[in-house]
Design a protein around this ligand. Sequence first.
Ligand SMILES: [Mn+2]
Length: 383
Amino acid sequence: MKFIHTGDWHLGRLFHNLHLTDDQRFTLEGLLRLVEAERAEALVISGDVFDRAVPPIQAVELLDDILAELALRLKVPVVMIAGNHDSPVRLQYLNGLVGRVGVHVVGEVGAEPRGVALRGRDGVEVVFWPLAYTDPETARCVLACDDIHTHQGVMEAQISSIRERMHAKARHVLVGHAFVTGATTCESERPLTVGGTGEIPRGVFEGFDYAALGHLHRPQSVSERVRYAGSLLKYSFDEADHHKSVTVVELGGGGSLSIKERELPVRRDLVRLRGPFSYLLNHPEATWSRDAYVEVTLTDSEAVLDPMDRLRDVYPHILSLRRETGTAGAGEGGGQTVRGRTTEELFGRFFHDVTGEVMSGPQEMEVAEVLAEIERSAREAAR
Ligand SMILES: [Mn+2]
């Protein structure tokens, strides 16, 4: 049985105040062509389908178009879960209906995760086990289990319920949204927890023929059978050197596994340029970077007059301008001093700036709790 593993579409994402919907549509149309060319028998979307709980209309329409093509024209089943960016309830809206045409959506965590059994052309039966992302507090309630305090606990509780129902005749694929220890992160991922990392060890997935994971945006295998497909597009300049791809997976009846990476077409690439202003204005690579989204880092020590507008003549899609010194550049407040910091770290620095003191342990705990609460209520805004 052959299926395509994707994740982290982040439909409706704003990138430096630019809507990426047209870029996402362009790439997803490439995905539809790939599904056809590969004769894939299922498509997996491992969470973060949307970029936020209440996505813009254009993003909702885009998902509708793509799912309709898959389900109605190509007749390819879809297995899709909510990630930490999705609203659990909104994502699975209409799932009783779309399930009838083979679109299997799991937004909310359930006490007994249900498998989606599909049979390949080769007669191999594969059961997909979609597990929506959920935080430990919610899982503790829904699963009525007081012992769940970590993301590892959430995953283990659900997997132990699955193990009781895994039968040896079929192959088994877990679909999850999680941060596995040892995997490589990047800037466009929102941490799963406030305080701690939410990491889980890859051993949790032992016994599955394949774990199709989402959350981390760089395509990567964590072990032979545990893999992140990576995000649909590059969602931060920090990912300029990534090679985004989707994963074509073939599972044989005896448990044999083959994995191929396939790149999808992109409307505009992401490019980082660095150097003195006068050099960049006459940069030899300007012709290909004309079509790309560009971030420029100026290394000049003297002031440059109106650099953004003048660079825009050479790089029409320039989105970000920074200075090597680390002070705020035009087009992006804060500059690199804010990049890659967690909200807690930033608040800690703000606290220090205002009071001249370092936060105490209990104060840090207090802040972490408040931030976690804000995060939770943002995801559940639709309830
Ligand atoms: Mn994501």
